[in-house]
Design a protein around this ligand. Structure first.
Ligand SMILES: N[C@@H](CCC(=O)N[C@@H](CS)C(=O)NCC(=O)O)C(=O)O
Length: 209
Protein backbone atom coordinates (compact mmCIF):
# COMPACT_ATOMS: atom_id res chain seq x y z
CA UNK A 1 0.00 0.00 0.00
CA UNK A 2 1.64 3.27 -1.09
CA UNK A 3 -0.37 5.66 1.06
CA UNK A 4 -0.69 5.34 4.82
CA UNK A 5 -3.19 7.72 6.41
CA UNK A 6 -3.04 8.37 10.13
CA UNK A 7 -6.54 9.59 10.92
CA UNK A 8 -9.54 9.21 13.16
CA UNK A 9 -13.11 8.30 12.25
CA UNK A 10 -14.61 11.51 13.72
CA UNK A 11 -11.89 13.81 12.42
CA UNK A 12 -13.12 16.31 9.83
CA UNK A 13 -9.59 16.99 8.59
CA UNK A 14 -9.11 13.22 8.07
CA UNK A 15 -12.46 13.12 6.23
CA UNK A 16 -11.15 15.72 3.78
CA UNK A 17 -8.09 13.62 2.93
CA UNK A 18 -10.09 10.38 2.69
CA UNK A 19 -12.39 12.04 0.13
CA UNK A 20 -9.45 13.36 -1.91
CA UNK A 21 -7.76 9.93 -1.96
CA UNK A 22 -11.00 8.25 -3.03
CA UNK A 23 -11.81 10.85 -5.70
CA UNK A 24 -8.41 10.07 -7.18
CA UNK A 25 -8.98 6.36 -6.78
CA UNK A 26 -5.84 5.93 -4.66
CA UNK A 27 -5.83 2.95 -2.33
CA UNK A 28 -4.74 3.72 1.22
CA UNK A 29 -4.31 2.09 4.58
CA UNK A 30 -5.87 4.05 7.46
CA UNK A 31 -4.32 3.87 10.91
CA UNK A 32 -6.54 5.14 13.70
CA UNK A 33 -5.13 7.64 16.18
CA UNK A 34 -7.68 8.08 18.95
CA UNK A 35 -7.56 11.84 19.46
CA UNK A 36 -10.28 11.69 22.12
CA UNK A 37 -8.12 9.63 24.46
CA UNK A 38 -4.80 11.37 23.74
CA UNK A 39 -3.37 9.09 21.04
CA UNK A 40 -2.07 12.17 19.21
CA UNK A 41 0.40 12.77 22.06
CA UNK A 42 1.90 9.27 22.16
CA UNK A 43 5.66 9.00 21.48
CA UNK A 44 4.90 6.74 18.49
CA UNK A 45 2.66 9.34 16.88
CA UNK A 46 5.04 12.19 17.78
CA UNK A 47 7.56 10.47 15.52
CA UNK A 48 5.00 10.66 12.69
CA UNK A 49 3.70 14.19 13.28
CA UNK A 50 5.10 16.59 15.87
CA UNK A 51 1.99 18.79 15.47
CA UNK A 52 0.09 16.11 17.42
CA UNK A 53 -2.96 16.26 15.15
CA UNK A 54 -4.47 14.09 12.44
CA UNK A 55 -4.37 13.60 9.53
CA UNK A 56 -0.86 12.65 8.51
CA UNK A 57 -0.28 11.03 5.15
CA UNK A 58 2.86 8.96 4.86
CA UNK A 59 4.03 8.50 1.28
CA UNK A 60 7.40 7.20 0.13
CA UNK A 61 8.76 7.63 3.65
CA UNK A 62 7.65 11.27 3.93
CA UNK A 63 5.15 12.50 6.53
CA UNK A 64 2.76 15.09 5.15
CA UNK A 65 0.38 17.00 7.38
CA UNK A 66 -2.29 19.73 7.12
CA UNK A 67 -5.24 18.43 5.10
CA UNK A 68 -5.16 21.20 2.49
CA UNK A 69 -1.43 20.71 1.86
CA UNK A 70 -2.02 16.95 1.59
CA UNK A 71 -4.88 17.41 -0.90
CA UNK A 72 -2.73 19.72 -3.02
CA UNK A 73 0.17 17.24 -2.86
CA UNK A 74 -2.14 14.49 -4.11
CA UNK A 75 -3.25 16.82 -6.89
CA UNK A 76 0.37 17.48 -7.84
CA UNK A 77 1.37 13.84 -8.04
CA UNK A 78 -1.95 12.50 -9.40
CA UNK A 79 -3.42 15.38 -11.41
CA UNK A 80 -6.59 13.57 -12.50
CA UNK A 81 -9.28 14.36 -11.55
CA UNK A 82 -7.99 17.82 -10.67
CA UNK A 83 -9.01 19.17 -7.27
CA UNK A 84 -8.19 22.75 -8.20
CA UNK A 85 -9.40 24.70 -11.24
CA UNK A 86 -6.86 25.69 -13.89
CA UNK A 87 -7.14 29.45 -14.05
CA UNK A 88 -5.45 31.44 -11.26
CA UNK A 89 -8.51 33.38 -10.14
CA UNK A 90 -10.66 30.26 -9.79
CA UNK A 91 -7.79 28.46 -8.01
CA UNK A 92 -7.52 31.28 -5.50
CA UNK A 93 -11.29 31.25 -5.06
CA UNK A 94 -11.38 27.48 -4.47
CA UNK A 95 -8.56 27.75 -1.91
CA UNK A 96 -10.25 30.69 -0.19
CA UNK A 97 -13.49 28.74 0.17
CA UNK A 98 -11.56 25.73 1.47
CA UNK A 99 -9.82 27.88 4.06
CA UNK A 100 -13.09 29.09 5.60
CA UNK A 101 -13.36 25.61 7.08
CA UNK A 102 -9.68 24.71 7.34
CA UNK A 103 -8.36 27.95 8.81
CA UNK A 104 -11.32 29.86 10.26
CA UNK A 105 -13.98 27.56 11.61
CA UNK A 106 -12.70 24.04 12.15
CA UNK A 107 -9.62 24.92 14.30
CA UNK A 108 -11.93 26.42 16.91
CA UNK A 109 -13.68 23.15 17.65
CA UNK A 110 -10.66 20.81 17.82
CA UNK A 111 -10.36 18.70 20.99
CA UNK A 112 -7.34 20.75 22.12
CA UNK A 113 -9.51 23.90 22.15
CA UNK A 114 -12.42 22.26 23.95
CA UNK A 115 -10.01 20.70 26.48
CA UNK A 116 -8.39 24.08 27.10
CA UNK A 117 -11.77 25.75 27.57
CA UNK A 118 -12.67 23.11 30.14
CA UNK A 119 -9.33 23.04 31.97
CA UNK A 120 -8.60 26.77 32.07
CA UNK A 121 -11.99 28.46 31.93
CA UNK A 122 -14.11 25.84 33.73
CA UNK A 123 -16.32 25.37 30.69
CA UNK A 124 -18.61 22.38 31.28
CA UNK A 125 -19.90 20.02 28.58
CA UNK A 126 -22.85 22.29 27.77
CA UNK A 127 -20.62 25.34 27.42
CA UNK A 128 -18.15 23.45 25.21
CA UNK A 129 -21.01 22.21 23.01
CA UNK A 130 -22.46 25.72 22.74
CA UNK A 131 -19.00 26.97 21.74
CA UNK A 132 -18.66 24.24 19.07
CA UNK A 133 -22.15 24.82 17.76
CA UNK A 134 -21.56 28.57 17.48
CA UNK A 135 -18.36 28.26 15.45
CA UNK A 136 -19.64 25.48 13.24
CA UNK A 137 -22.74 27.57 12.40
CA UNK A 138 -20.56 30.63 11.77
CA UNK A 139 -18.64 28.57 9.21
CA UNK A 140 -21.83 27.43 7.49
CA UNK A 141 -23.16 30.99 7.47
CA UNK A 142 -19.96 32.25 5.85
CA UNK A 143 -20.30 29.56 3.19
CA UNK A 144 -23.97 30.37 2.59
CA UNK A 145 -23.19 34.08 2.09
CA UNK A 146 -20.36 33.26 -0.31
CA UNK A 147 -22.40 30.78 -2.31
CA UNK A 148 -25.33 33.19 -2.48
CA UNK A 149 -23.05 35.73 -4.15
CA UNK A 150 -21.43 33.17 -6.46
CA UNK A 151 -23.82 30.26 -6.84
CA UNK A 152 -22.53 26.70 -7.26
CA UNK A 153 -22.27 25.96 -10.98
CA UNK A 154 -22.78 23.16 -10.10
CA UNK A 155 -19.83 22.95 -7.68
CA UNK A 156 -18.64 25.63 -5.29
CA UNK A 157 -15.84 26.98 -7.46
CA UNK A 158 -17.29 26.21 -10.88
CA UNK A 159 -17.95 23.27 -13.17
CA UNK A 160 -15.60 20.79 -11.51
CA UNK A 161 -15.38 19.45 -8.00
CA UNK A 162 -12.55 21.05 -6.00
CA UNK A 163 -11.02 21.23 -2.55
CA UNK A 164 -13.72 23.83 -1.81
CA UNK A 165 -16.48 21.22 -2.11
CA UNK A 166 -14.52 18.76 0.02
CA UNK A 167 -14.07 21.33 2.77
CA UNK A 168 -17.70 22.47 2.62
CA UNK A 169 -18.83 18.85 2.87
CA UNK A 170 -16.60 18.45 5.93
CA UNK A 171 -18.13 21.53 7.46
CA UNK A 172 -21.58 19.96 6.98
CA UNK A 173 -20.41 16.78 8.73
CA UNK A 174 -19.00 18.86 11.57
CA UNK A 175 -22.21 20.85 11.90
CA UNK A 176 -24.03 17.52 12.17
CA UNK A 177 -22.09 16.83 15.37
CA UNK A 178 -23.80 19.92 16.79
CA UNK A 179 -27.22 19.13 15.29
CA UNK A 180 -27.23 22.17 13.02
CA UNK A 181 -30.48 23.01 11.26
CA UNK A 182 -29.38 22.80 7.62
CA UNK A 183 -32.60 24.43 6.39
CA UNK A 184 -30.95 27.70 7.48
CA UNK A 185 -28.25 27.12 4.86
CA UNK A 186 -30.15 25.95 1.75
CA UNK A 187 -27.43 26.56 -0.84
CA UNK A 188 -24.81 24.78 1.27
CA UNK A 189 -27.26 21.94 1.93
CA UNK A 190 -27.97 21.47 -1.79
CA UNK A 191 -24.27 21.44 -2.59
CA UNK A 192 -23.78 18.88 0.19
CA UNK A 193 -26.44 16.62 -1.32
CA UNK A 194 -24.60 16.78 -4.66
CA UNK A 195 -21.34 15.83 -2.98
CA UNK A 196 -22.66 13.06 -0.74
CA UNK A 197 -24.33 11.42 -3.75
CA UNK A 198 -20.78 10.56 -4.83
CA UNK A 199 -19.26 7.38 -3.32
CA UNK A 200 -15.95 9.15 -2.52
CA UNK A 201 -17.85 11.39 -0.10
CA UNK A 202 -20.40 8.92 1.21
CA UNK A 203 -17.76 6.24 1.86
CA UNK A 204 -15.64 8.73 3.82
CA UNK A 205 -18.37 9.69 6.31
CA UNK A 206 -17.45 9.13 9.97
CA UNK A 207 -20.07 6.41 10.31
CA UNK A 208 -18.32 4.39 7.59
CA UNK A 209 -14.77 4.93 8.80
N1 LIG B 1 -5.65 22.38 10.03
C1 LIG B 1 -5.41 20.98 10.28
C2 LIG B 1 -6.29 20.55 11.45
C3 LIG B 1 -5.75 19.33 12.12
C4 LIG B 1 -6.55 19.05 13.38
O1 LIG B 1 -6.77 19.93 14.22
N2 LIG B 1 -7.03 17.81 13.49
C5 LIG B 1 -7.81 17.45 14.65
C6 LIG B 1 -8.83 16.41 14.28
S1 LIG B 1 -9.96 16.97 13.04
C7 LIG B 1 -6.90 16.87 15.70
O2 LIG B 1 -6.15 15.96 15.43
N3 LIG B 1 -6.96 17.41 16.91
C8 LIG B 1 -6.18 16.95 18.01
C9 LIG B 1 -6.37 17.84 19.21
O3 LIG B 1 -7.10 18.82 19.10
O4 LIG B 1 -5.78 17.53 20.24
C10 LIG B 1 -5.75 20.17 9.03
O5 LIG B 1 -6.57 20.62 8.24
O6 LIG B 1 -5.17 19.08 8.84
Amino acid sequence: MTFRLYGFWRSIASFRVRVALRLKNLAFEEISVDILSGGQFSPEYDRVNTAHAVPTLVHKGHSLFQSLAIMEYLDDIHPEPALLPEDPLSRAHARALALIAVADSHPLIAPRVRNHLAATFDADTNACNAWGQYWSLEGLAAYERNLLRQRPAPFAAGPTLTVADICIAGQIVMAGYFKADMTLFPIVAELGERCFALPAFADSLPARS
